[in-house]
Design a protein around this ligand. Structure first.
Ligand SMILES: NC(=O)c1ccc[n+]([C@@H]2O[C@H](COP(=O)([O-])OP(=O)(O)OC[C@H]3O[C@@H](n4cnc5c(N)ncnc54)[C@H](O)[C@@H]3O)[C@@H](O)[C@H]2O)c1
Length: 677
């Protein structure tokens, strides 16, 4: 029979080495956002299992003290976070040289993890939530320490396997293998739903990693500013007849949310030279964005918000305004006063609508937190009522000429779940889609992803601003602004990036690029590292990209051959990136839209200046992008077919994409009509 002494002696990496004694009872600093209580659905037996599970990390001598503490955490927060093991004070992504490690990748990933948990970046830092209401880096602080210790130990001959935040162990591999392979919340089909995920998360066996939180690649709200800027510009081109070389001057954009990703909206509308009003119920988030300079004005009266906006619109000046209050109240006012809104969206966390992601009309932010805790059923009803009203108001505005689009937050699905069948194209259910456009289906998909343009990003691991400025200049030199309108937008973006002061946390930059652009920039940066012009660089991307995500309500919403319910592209992307030597690969369930609704993956590649990395860049980056373009081409997406034709010509003899023949529509329609007569 095994005992804890044998177990302890058999491990060289565990908490005993990190903590010589049990850390003190945790304290929580005032003014730091805390996660609301998560749904707790465990039976008595399952609660026992959850306790046993958490104690797996804890040396036996501390079990007596930790068992009641863990039980209390579980009953009061719905999860066991292991607060006691959180490092005291703030956590910061430090310069790479300040970390311990046997290889550069081991140190580099510690920078990324700490950056994802930085109080200035993370939504609920005590609960390890980086963004998107529930997107966690790890499930608990024991995992944080264990993973960090593994990363200190890892060599170029090993791979660390992380399953839902849990470090399974270090396994032998090769220098060209990934150093870290991460999966988050991948569930077996018949259990792949929100209810079972709640159970698994409370048991301590599932982590909702969102996209970049659980893949350690979040770079603060900047990561999303560029995407939001491109979405707004392209929405304007599509619906407001703005020419390709002009911007949003004089136009009004209204939305909600100044949280993790939504916090990018104010800045993005400013970069696109428009005027924006963003409603936010949480005062602390408004203040954070204001302090960062990501919001120009704060008001708490709809009349002031629209008044200020009008003045700026008339002068064709840019302005971002935070409205402290509920988006539904703001829209009530616009409808009542016949105010014209050009572009309208919503970025409340509707993917987790009953978990606190959407604050219903009539409740303050504090009241929603309380009601969620004390009476989740009434909370649910209040959310549904508010969503139904929200929908009514959008309809009024759309009838008056506003362009509304869903911003990938599952808003339309949430409205449907609240009982509004009218939001479905077929008036019954979401299988044929929803009546309003969604930002990927109608804007980002056809205008960016189908060509391979996606949220490429990098972090200067030295922590030096000078390195970031050098990479900005080098990246700019790789872009030809006259090639396509997307290149012009990207050129303008990178040219102004420093001016807009976008860095929060590590010295990072996002830059939408296609396959060619990404390869050129990556090779250039690696050369700069080799020449010691700059320190090492972490390359990565958001999972929200051309090839990384299968998500029928979002990333793959513009795939119309019926394959949008398949998750094979994301899995192939993950496996292919691992096979080609990316330093980190990640595959998650649910990113952005919720459990069971998406499979998404991403990568990290540490540029150390070596020729080995040049080779990986040349093979892995084209795969990462073109796998997605190929799948989109096969789904008959026009721009992807164009891009794939060009690729087949340029890559003749080295790579090849299968292309679809397109039948004459009348042939299909007549034939099928006859058969169904
Ligand atoms: N920005 C993007 O490009 C992008 C892309 C895809 C998906 N999303 C989705 O957008 C949503 C938001 O992401 P996030 O990281 O900002 O989440 P978040 O939870 O950090 O922020 C949402 C914010 O909305 C506020 N809010 C909630 N209900 C409100 C209401 N009724 N009125 C006004 N404010 C309200 C909350 O207080 C919170 O600050 C998520 O569902 C995410 O998946 C965003």
């Amino acid at each position: 029979m095994t005992n804890n002494i044998d177990i302890s002696n058999a491990m060289t990496i565990h908490l005993r080495d990190i903590f010589s004694e049990l850390p003190k009872t945790p304290t929580f600093a005032d003014g730091i956002r805390r996660a609301p209580k998560r749904k707790f659905v465990l039976s008595q037996k399952e609660t026992e299992t959850a306790l046993r599970n958490a104690l797996r990390y804890i040396p036996e001598k501390w079990h007596k003290e930790m068992a009641p503490e863990f039980l209390n955490e579980l009953l009061t927060t719905g999860r066991i976070y292991g607060y006691r093991f959180r490092p005291e004070g703030n956590i910061k992504g430090k310069p790479i040289d300040e970390y311990q490690g046997n290889c550069i990748e081991g140190k580099a990933f510690q920078v990324m993890i700490d950056n994802n948990l930085d109080v200035d970046i993370a939504l609920y830092p005590y609960e390890l939530v980086t963004y998107g209401e529930t997107g966690q880096v790890f499930q608990n602080w024991m995992q944080y320490w264990m993973v960090k210790r593994y990363l200190e130990m890892i060599t170029r001959e090993q791979t660390l396997v992380v399953e839902s935040g849990h470090p399974l162990g270090l396994f032998e591999s090769m220098p060209e293998s990934p150093r870290v392979m991460i999966t988050n919340a991948l569930m077996v089909g018949c259990f792949d739903d929100q209810e079972n995920w709640h159970r698994a998360a409370a048991l301590g066996v599932a982590n909702y990693g969102q996209m970049t939180a659980g893949g350690w690649m979040y770079i603060g709200p900047q990561g999303i500013v560029h995407g939001t800027y491109s979405t707004l510009l392209n929405a304007g081109r599509l619906k407001l007849n703005i020419p390709d070389d002009k911007d949003l001057r004089g136009h009004l954009f209204v939305s909600s949310g100044l949280g993790g990703m939504s916090g990018a909206q104010g800045k993005s509308v400013e970069i696109a030279n428009g005027v924006g009003i963003i409603a936010e119920v949480d005062d602390s988030r408004i203040k954070t964005r204001y302090k960062q300079g990501w919001i120009g004005h704060m008001v708490d009266d709809p009349a002031d918000a629209f008044g200020l906006a009008k003045k700026s619109q008339n002068k064709k000046e840019t302005l971002s305004i935070a409205f402290y209050g509920n988006i539904v109240d703001l829209l009530e006012y616009a409808v009542e006063k016949h105010i014209h809104i050009d572009l309208l969206s919503d970025q409340t966390s509707c993917h987790a609508v009953y978990d606190g992601g959407y604050c219903p009309q009539g409740l303050t932010f504090e009241e929603r937190t309380e009601l969620l805790k004390t009476d989740p059923l009434t909370f649910r009803e209040t959310v549904d009522r508010s969503l139904r009203r929200h929908f009514e108001l959008i309809k009024f505005l759309v009838d008056r000429g506003t362009f509304f689009f869903d911003y990938g937050n599952s808003f339309m699905k949430a409205v449907f779940d609240a009982g509004v069948k009218e939001i479905c194209k077929n008036g019954k259910g979401p299988t044929d889609g929803f009546i309003f456009p969604s930002y990927v289906e109608d804007i980002m998909g056809p205008m960016l992803f189908d060509y391979g343009y996606g949220p490429f990003r990098w972090v200067c691991l030295s922590g030096k601003k000078t390195d970031l400025l050098k990479t900005d200049t080098a990246a700019m030199a790789c872009i030809d602004p006259n090639r396509r309108f997307q290149d012009r937008d990207n050129y303008v973006w990178i040219k102004n990036a420093e001016h807009y002061n976008l860095v929060v946390g590590t010295q990072a930059r996002i830059l939408y690029q296609d396959a060619k652009g990404r390869i050129n920039i990556a090779l250039k940066f690696n050369e700069m590292v080799r020449n010691k012009d700059i320190g090492p660089v972490m390359l990565g991307r958001d999972h929200h990209d051309t090839g990384g995500t299968d998500s029928p309500f979002r990333e793959t919403a513009n795939i119309k051959d019926g394959s949008n319910i398949m998750a094979e592209m994301a899995v192939q992307c993950f496996a292919g990136n691992a096979a080609r030597g990316m330093s980190l690969v990640a595959l998650h369930n649910g990113g952005g839209v919720g459990i069971g609704k998406a499979i998404n993956g991403g990568f990290g590649l540490v540029l150390d200046g070596s020729e080995r990395i040049d080779r990986i860049i040349k093979r892995a980056i084209p795969w990462d992008v073109m796998g997605g373009v190929a799948r989109r081409a096969w789904a008959r997406n026009e721009h992807s077919i164009e891009t794939a034709i060009k690729y087949n010509t340029e890559q003749k003899g080295t790579a090849h994409i299968t292309l679809p023949f397109i039948p004459d529509e009348s042939l299909i329609q007549d034939l099928v009509a006859n058969a169904f007569e």
